[in-house]
Design a protein around this ligand. Structure first.
Ligand code: C2O
Ligand code: CU
Length: 458
């Protein structure tokens, strides 16, 4: 039984972990392999998944800020793979993008990832090879980098949101290349999960302060989230602390790959529930539930901001290099065709190759980068959505800020949701050298053409 005394003993051991982490001698081995997990209700068979470490989500990774991650990936899958450490401002060679930063890891082979962790925050990892299939099958997990000076909370919970498309026999539906998904909103599931479960239930006490780290690992689903029986603040987006905690007054939109860190106080009465609610067209659903035990009704003052990560200030926007990124194609998008493998192709020819989208008139990763930047240069990109669907645009290697219409800079992010017919301007300091992917994180859209890259010279 976990008594108060053993709880204290384990938590002080946990406090020592970062220090021990520095002394870690051997890299941690992450085995990517087929596995099974009970996802559907007990009357159904367990679901065959692909996983890092056997579970869905995969092995949770937790490091201290400033530590190095040394991770050997052993590929026991029937396909080549690679892992991407989403949101880490990483050395380029460790970014995990097949064909851009590394060769895919063949079935049966291993690859050593070894990288610094400059930033604290909520990140995640996922397969970047055949991602529509591999991420859907379960090749993803949380990657948490802890601040030396973390806020005091009773619970620090990682909640990985996903949806999955299951058949009547609870198998993952193998229609990964379905043209309708690729040309519309992307692959949506028919079962919504939190930490791999359909009905995640936890416990809390009234008055508890919890840090909730929400990660959207879905292929394409945009979650709209609210809380009940809890009140709180947004303290970080895509891993990066907000300058000031922002009271949680309206629903949060969480696009694929985005993260949000909340600090919430449980205000539900004992015997009631605190709920993370997912708002859908036809109502609100419990995404996670906490059974509330007796505690205190006394409220605490608002939390302080999380300690800032290393700063790479965005320079003078008036002198910045400017680029346009025009998104085109998809169903009802009116695109006539695009360059595909160096050949101007019509929509029908593109569709035969599973391609439906283009960035700046090119379907698939172009030969030349969108931008060729000097180290430390300021770049501005206008992302123009000329399609009938929203896109979650992700830049590897560096976080960016949105330049709001009034010229002020928004919070640092690595993924921005650009709605249909919208143009959103982003700016960033090209502080990290290498070849960096930029793509839509609706994974079927990326596979069907929505990917480009940029180069930051050393
Ligand atoms: Cu989550 Cu190209 O990445
Ligand atoms: Cu998209």
């Amino acid at each position: 039984m976990l008594t108060r005394r053993t709880f204290l003993a384990t938590s002080s051991a946990a406090a020592l972990a970062p220090a021990l982490g520095h002394a870690r001698a051997a890299p941690q081995v992450l085995v990517a392999a087929p596995s099974r997990q009970q996802i559907a209700p007990a009357a159904y068979a367990p679901t065959d998944i692909w996983s890092i470490g056997g579970t869905l989500p995969g092995t949770p990774l937790r490091f201290a800020q400033g530590e190095r991650a040394q991770l050997t990936v052993q590929n026991d899958l029937p396909q080549a793979t690679s892992l991407h450490w989403h949101g880490i401002r990483i050395e380029n060679a460790m970014d995990g993008v097949p064909g851009l930063t590394q060769d895919p890891i063949p079935a049966g082979a291993t690859f050593d990832y070894d990288f610094a962790l400059p930033d604290a925050g909520t990140y995640w990892y996922h397969s970047h090879a055949q991602a529509v299939e591999q991420v859907e099958r379960g090749l993803y997990g949380a990657l948490i980098v802890a601040e030396a000076d973390a806020p005091e909370v009773e619970a620090d919970e990682v909640l990985v949101l996903d949806d999955i498309r299951l058949t009547q026999t609870a198998a993952i539906s193998a229609d990964f290349d379905a043209p309708h998904d690729a040309s519309h909103a992307g692959r949506y599931g028919n079962v919504v999960l939190t930490n791999g479960q359909m009905d995640l239930r936890k416990r809390a006490a009234q008055g508890d302060r919890m840090r909730l780290r929400l990660i959207n690992a879905a292929n394409a689903r945009i979650f709209q989230l609210a809380v009940q029986g809890m009140e709180g603040w947004i303290v970080a987006l895509d891993g990066m602390p907000l300058a000031a905690p922002q009271p949680l007054t309206e629903a949060i939109l969480l696009a694929p790959a985005q993260r949000v860190d909340l600090i919430v106080d449980v205000v539900a009465e004992a015997g009631e529930e605190a709920v993370l609610v997912s708002i859908e067209r036809d109502g609100g659903y419990a995404q996670a539930v906490w059974d509330v035990a007796p505690g205190t009704a006394a409220r605490r003052p608002a939390p302080a901001a999380l300690p800032p990560n290393p700063d790479h200030p965005i320079g003078d926007l008036a002198k910045a290099r400017r680029f346009d990124l025009r998104m085109e194609g998809g169903a009802m998008g009116g695109m006539r065709g695009a360059m595909l493998n160096g050949v101007q192709s019509g929509m029908r020819q593109m569709a035969q190759r599973g391609m439906f989208w283009a960035l700046n008139g090119v379907a698939g990763r172009p030969e030349d980068p969108l931008a060729d930047l000097a180290l430390g240069e300021t770049a501005v990109i206008d992302m123009i959505n000329d399609t009938a669907f929203p896109h979650a645009m992700h830049l590897h290697g560096m976080h960016f800020s949105e330049v709001r219409p009034d010229g002020t800079l928004g919070p640092l992010r690595d993924t921005l949701l650009v709605n249909r017919a919208e143009t959103r301007r982003i700016a960033f300091n090209a502080h990290n050298s290498g070849d960096w992917l930029m793509h839509c994180h609706m994974l079927s859209h990326h596979a069907a053409g929505m990917g480009t890259w940029l180069r930051v010279n050393a």
